[in-house]
Design a protein around this ligand. Sequence first.
Ligand code: UDP
Length: 253
Amino acid sequence: MSEEEQPAASEPGQNGCRYGRVVLKISGEGLTRPGERGIAMDAVVHIARQTYRAAQQGTQIAVVLGGGNILRGAQFTAADSSIHEATAHYMGMLATVMNGLALQNALESLGCDTRLMTAIRMDVVAEPYIRRRAMRHLEKGRIIILVAGTGSPFVTTDTAAAQRALELDADALLKATRVDGVFSDDPERNPHAVLYSELTYDDVRRQNLRVMDHEAITKCKEYDMPILVFNFRKEGNIERAVRGERIGTLVKA
Ligand code: UDP
Protein backbone atom coordinates (compact mmCIF):
# COMPACT_ATOMS: atom_id res chain seq x y z
CA MET A 1 0.00 0.00 0.00
CA SER A 2 1.52 3.37 -0.93
CA GLU A 3 1.50 6.41 1.34
CA GLU A 4 -1.01 8.12 -0.95
CA GLU A 5 -3.47 5.22 -0.68
CA GLN A 6 -3.44 5.27 3.11
CA PRO A 7 -6.35 7.37 4.43
CA ALA A 8 -5.65 9.57 7.45
CA ALA A 9 -6.27 7.86 10.77
CA SER A 10 -9.55 8.87 12.41
CA GLU A 11 -10.46 9.27 16.04
CA PRO A 12 -10.50 5.96 17.84
CA GLY A 13 -13.73 4.69 19.23
CA GLN A 14 -16.45 2.13 19.53
CA ASN A 15 -19.90 1.66 18.04
CA GLY A 16 -18.75 1.65 14.45
CA CYS A 17 -16.02 4.28 14.77
CA ARG A 18 -12.79 2.99 13.36
CA TYR A 19 -9.67 2.71 15.51
CA GLY A 20 -6.70 4.81 14.42
CA ARG A 21 -4.02 2.35 15.49
CA VAL A 22 -4.27 -1.18 16.87
CA VAL A 23 -2.11 -4.04 17.96
CA LEU A 24 -3.53 -7.24 16.52
CA LYS A 25 -2.48 -10.35 18.44
CA ILE A 26 -2.70 -13.49 16.34
CA SER A 27 -1.94 -16.81 17.99
CA GLY A 28 0.11 -19.36 16.14
CA GLU A 29 -3.03 -21.45 15.69
CA GLY A 30 -4.23 -18.77 13.26
CA LEU A 31 -1.52 -19.86 10.85
CA THR A 32 -2.45 -23.50 10.66
CA ARG A 33 -5.53 -25.59 9.92
CA PRO A 34 -7.90 -26.40 12.80
CA GLY A 35 -6.47 -29.17 14.96
CA GLU A 36 -3.13 -29.24 13.14
CA ARG A 37 0.34 -27.93 13.95
CA GLY A 38 2.99 -26.22 11.86
CA ILE A 39 2.32 -23.59 9.19
CA ALA A 40 -0.36 -23.93 6.48
CA MET A 41 -0.01 -21.22 3.85
CA ASP A 42 -3.74 -21.25 3.02
CA ALA A 43 -4.47 -20.31 6.64
CA VAL A 44 -1.71 -17.68 6.57
CA VAL A 45 -3.10 -16.14 3.38
CA HIS A 46 -6.59 -16.07 4.93
CA ILE A 47 -5.26 -14.05 7.88
CA ALA A 48 -3.15 -11.87 5.56
CA ARG A 49 -6.09 -11.03 3.30
CA GLN A 50 -8.29 -9.99 6.24
CA THR A 51 -5.48 -7.97 7.83
CA TYR A 52 -4.71 -6.17 4.58
CA ARG A 53 -8.37 -5.29 4.05
CA ALA A 54 -8.52 -3.96 7.60
CA ALA A 55 -5.46 -1.79 6.96
CA GLN A 56 -7.03 -0.48 3.75
CA GLN A 57 -9.81 0.98 5.91
CA GLY A 58 -7.18 3.37 7.23
CA THR A 59 -6.23 1.78 10.53
CA GLN A 60 -2.55 1.43 11.37
CA ILE A 61 -1.86 -2.20 12.29
CA ALA A 62 0.95 -3.79 14.28
CA VAL A 63 0.58 -7.58 14.30
CA VAL A 64 2.06 -9.49 17.24
CA LEU A 65 2.41 -13.14 16.33
CA GLY A 66 2.35 -16.16 18.62
CA GLY A 67 4.24 -19.39 18.07
CA GLY A 68 2.02 -22.02 19.67
CA ASN A 69 1.44 -23.78 16.35
CA ILE A 70 5.11 -24.77 16.51
CA LEU A 71 6.28 -24.67 20.13
CA ARG A 72 5.30 -23.23 23.51
CA GLY A 73 8.14 -23.15 26.00
CA ALA A 74 6.20 -24.17 29.10
CA GLN A 75 4.50 -27.13 27.38
CA PHE A 76 7.77 -28.28 25.84
CA THR A 77 9.58 -28.43 29.21
CA ALA A 78 6.57 -30.05 30.86
CA ALA A 79 6.77 -32.86 28.29
CA ASP A 80 10.55 -33.22 28.49
CA SER A 81 12.27 -31.89 31.60
CA SER A 82 15.76 -32.52 30.18
CA ILE A 83 15.61 -29.09 28.54
CA HIS A 84 16.03 -25.94 30.61
CA GLU A 85 12.79 -23.99 30.59
CA ALA A 86 14.50 -20.76 29.53
CA THR A 87 15.91 -22.53 26.47
CA ALA A 88 12.46 -23.82 25.57
CA HIS A 89 11.05 -20.29 25.80
CA TYR A 90 13.74 -19.01 23.44
CA MET A 91 12.75 -21.81 21.05
CA GLY A 92 9.15 -20.58 21.32
CA MET A 93 10.24 -17.06 20.47
CA LEU A 94 12.11 -18.33 17.42
CA ALA A 95 8.93 -20.14 16.35
CA THR A 96 7.19 -16.77 16.14
CA VAL A 97 9.89 -15.58 13.73
CA MET A 98 9.09 -18.44 11.34
CA ASN A 99 5.43 -17.48 11.53
CA GLY A 100 6.38 -13.87 10.84
CA LEU A 101 8.29 -14.76 7.70
CA ALA A 102 5.28 -16.70 6.42
CA LEU A 103 2.85 -13.85 7.18
CA GLN A 104 5.12 -11.24 5.63
CA ASN A 105 5.38 -13.33 2.48
CA ALA A 106 1.60 -13.73 2.32
CA LEU A 107 0.98 -9.99 2.84
CA GLU A 108 3.53 -9.07 0.20
CA SER A 109 1.97 -11.49 -2.28
CA LEU A 110 -1.21 -9.39 -1.90
CA GLY A 111 0.74 -6.21 -2.69
CA CYS A 112 0.92 -4.98 0.90
CA ASP A 113 3.88 -3.00 2.23
CA THR A 114 5.15 -4.70 5.42
CA ARG A 115 8.08 -4.77 7.80
CA LEU A 116 9.09 -7.72 9.95
CA MET A 117 10.58 -6.57 13.27
CA THR A 118 12.14 -8.88 15.82
CA ALA A 119 12.84 -8.46 19.52
CA ILE A 120 15.79 -10.89 19.15
CA ARG A 121 18.30 -9.57 16.66
CA MET A 122 18.73 -11.55 13.45
CA ASP A 123 19.60 -8.96 10.86
CA VAL A 124 19.52 -11.26 7.86
CA VAL A 125 15.82 -12.06 8.20
CA ALA A 126 14.20 -9.13 10.03
CA GLU A 127 14.73 -5.60 11.29
CA PRO A 128 15.46 -5.15 14.98
CA TYR A 129 12.42 -3.89 16.89
CA ILE A 130 13.03 -0.23 17.64
CA ARG A 131 9.98 1.61 18.94
CA ARG A 132 10.49 4.86 17.05
CA ARG A 133 11.17 3.03 13.81
CA ALA A 134 8.04 0.92 14.33
CA MET A 135 6.00 4.11 14.80
CA ARG A 136 7.41 5.55 11.58
CA HIS A 137 6.48 2.42 9.61
CA LEU A 138 2.94 2.62 10.98
CA GLU A 139 2.64 6.29 10.06
CA LYS A 140 3.65 5.38 6.52
CA GLY A 141 0.81 2.86 6.34
CA ARG A 142 2.98 -0.25 6.53
CA ILE A 143 1.70 -3.26 8.41
CA ILE A 144 4.38 -4.18 10.91
CA ILE A 145 4.76 -7.76 12.08
CA LEU A 146 6.34 -8.00 15.52
CA VAL A 147 8.02 -11.29 16.35
CA ALA A 148 10.17 -12.92 19.06
CA GLY A 149 7.73 -11.66 21.69
CA THR A 150 9.37 -9.45 24.29
CA GLY A 151 12.76 -11.03 23.64
CA SER A 152 12.77 -12.44 27.20
CA PRO A 153 11.77 -15.92 28.40
CA PHE A 154 9.03 -16.96 30.86
CA VAL A 155 6.27 -14.83 29.37
CA THR A 156 4.00 -15.28 26.36
CA THR A 157 3.22 -13.26 23.28
CA ASP A 158 0.06 -11.98 25.03
CA THR A 159 2.34 -10.05 27.34
CA ALA A 160 4.35 -8.88 24.33
CA ALA A 161 1.13 -7.69 22.66
CA ALA A 162 0.09 -5.72 25.75
CA GLN A 163 3.56 -4.23 26.02
CA ARG A 164 3.63 -3.18 22.35
CA ALA A 165 0.09 -1.80 22.48
CA LEU A 166 1.14 0.50 25.31
CA GLU A 167 4.44 1.65 23.88
CA LEU A 168 3.08 2.19 20.36
CA ASP A 169 0.14 4.23 21.70
CA ALA A 170 -2.43 1.88 20.21
CA ASP A 171 -6.11 2.63 20.71
CA ALA A 172 -6.91 -1.02 21.39
CA LEU A 173 -5.46 -4.48 21.63
CA LEU A 174 -7.36 -6.85 19.34
CA LYS A 175 -6.95 -10.48 20.30
CA ALA A 176 -7.89 -12.82 17.48
CA THR A 177 -8.86 -16.27 18.76
CA ARG A 178 -10.57 -19.37 17.39
CA VAL A 179 -13.73 -18.81 19.47
CA ASP A 180 -16.24 -15.96 19.41
CA GLY A 181 -14.97 -14.13 22.48
CA VAL A 182 -14.76 -14.70 26.22
CA PHE A 183 -17.13 -17.35 27.60
CA SER A 184 -18.17 -18.34 31.11
CA ASP A 185 -16.61 -21.76 30.41
CA ASP A 186 -14.71 -23.49 27.60
CA PRO A 187 -17.22 -23.35 24.68
CA GLU A 188 -15.46 -26.22 22.93
CA ARG A 189 -16.31 -28.50 25.88
CA ASN A 190 -19.40 -26.94 27.42
CA PRO A 191 -22.25 -26.18 24.97
CA HIS A 192 -23.99 -24.12 27.70
CA ALA A 193 -21.08 -21.70 28.11
CA VAL A 194 -22.27 -18.08 27.89
CA LEU A 195 -20.55 -15.52 25.66
CA TYR A 196 -19.91 -12.17 27.39
CA SER A 197 -20.22 -9.04 25.26
CA GLU A 198 -18.44 -6.81 27.76
CA LEU A 199 -16.29 -7.37 30.85
CA THR A 200 -14.14 -5.30 33.16
CA TYR A 201 -10.50 -6.18 33.85
CA ASP A 202 -11.58 -7.02 37.39
CA ASP A 203 -14.31 -9.42 36.15
CA VAL A 204 -11.64 -11.27 34.19
CA ARG A 205 -9.37 -11.54 37.22
CA ARG A 206 -12.11 -12.41 39.71
CA GLN A 207 -13.68 -15.11 37.53
CA ASN A 208 -10.31 -16.32 36.29
CA LEU A 209 -11.52 -16.08 32.69
CA ARG A 210 -9.25 -17.14 29.87
CA VAL A 211 -8.67 -13.90 27.98
CA MET A 212 -4.93 -13.32 28.06
CA ASP A 213 -2.30 -14.20 30.60
CA HIS A 214 -2.33 -12.50 33.98
CA GLU A 215 0.58 -10.16 33.22
CA ALA A 216 -1.03 -8.91 30.01
CA ILE A 217 -4.35 -8.16 31.76
CA THR A 218 -2.55 -6.37 34.57
CA LYS A 219 -0.66 -4.15 32.11
CA CYS A 220 -3.81 -3.33 30.14
CA LYS A 221 -5.74 -2.53 33.31
CA GLU A 222 -2.98 -0.30 34.65
CA TYR A 223 -2.97 1.83 31.48
CA ASP A 224 -6.63 1.44 30.52
CA MET A 225 -5.94 -0.34 27.24
CA PRO A 226 -9.17 -1.89 25.87
CA ILE A 227 -8.95 -5.50 24.71
CA LEU A 228 -11.31 -6.89 22.09
CA VAL A 229 -11.40 -10.69 21.92
CA PHE A 230 -12.96 -12.03 18.71
CA ASN A 231 -13.02 -14.97 16.30
CA PHE A 232 -10.54 -14.68 13.45
CA ARG A 233 -11.99 -17.67 11.61
CA LYS A 234 -15.12 -15.69 10.70
CA GLU A 235 -14.52 -13.95 7.39
CA GLY A 236 -14.37 -10.16 7.73
CA ASN A 237 -13.99 -10.14 11.51
CA ILE A 238 -10.60 -8.42 11.57
CA GLU A 239 -12.09 -5.58 9.49
CA ARG A 240 -15.10 -5.41 11.80
CA ALA A 241 -12.83 -5.36 14.85
CA VAL A 242 -10.76 -2.40 13.60
CA ARG A 243 -13.98 -0.57 12.69
CA GLY A 244 -14.92 -0.82 16.36
CA GLU A 245 -17.99 -2.97 15.64
CA ARG A 246 -19.34 -4.76 18.68
CA ILE A 247 -18.25 -8.26 17.87
CA GLY A 248 -16.74 -10.64 20.42
CA THR A 249 -16.02 -9.47 23.96
CA LEU A 250 -14.74 -6.03 24.92
CA VAL A 251 -12.68 -5.91 28.11
CA LYS A 252 -12.24 -2.47 29.64
CA ALA A 253 -12.30 -0.57 32.95
N1 UDP B 1 7.81 -16.58 24.49
C1 UDP B 1 8.71 -16.07 25.42
N2 UDP B 1 8.77 -14.72 25.61
C2 UDP B 1 7.94 -13.84 24.96
C3 UDP B 1 7.00 -14.39 24.04
C4 UDP B 1 6.95 -15.74 23.82
O1 UDP B 1 9.46 -16.80 26.04
O2 UDP B 1 8.05 -12.64 25.18
C5 UDP B 1 7.81 -18.02 24.22
C6 UDP B 1 6.94 -18.81 25.19
O3 UDP B 1 7.56 -20.04 25.44
C7 UDP B 1 5.67 -19.01 24.39
C8 UDP B 1 6.19 -19.21 22.99
O4 UDP B 1 7.27 -18.26 22.91
O5 UDP B 1 4.92 -20.12 24.84
C9 UDP B 1 5.21 -19.00 21.88
O6 UDP B 1 4.36 -17.91 22.16
P1 UDP B 1 2.84 -18.08 22.65
O7 UDP B 1 2.71 -19.29 23.52
O8 UDP B 1 2.44 -16.79 23.25
O9 UDP B 1 2.10 -18.33 21.27
P2 UDP B 1 0.53 -18.43 20.96
O10 UDP B 1 -0.10 -19.24 22.06
O11 UDP B 1 -0.01 -17.05 20.95
O12 UDP B 1 0.46 -19.07 19.62
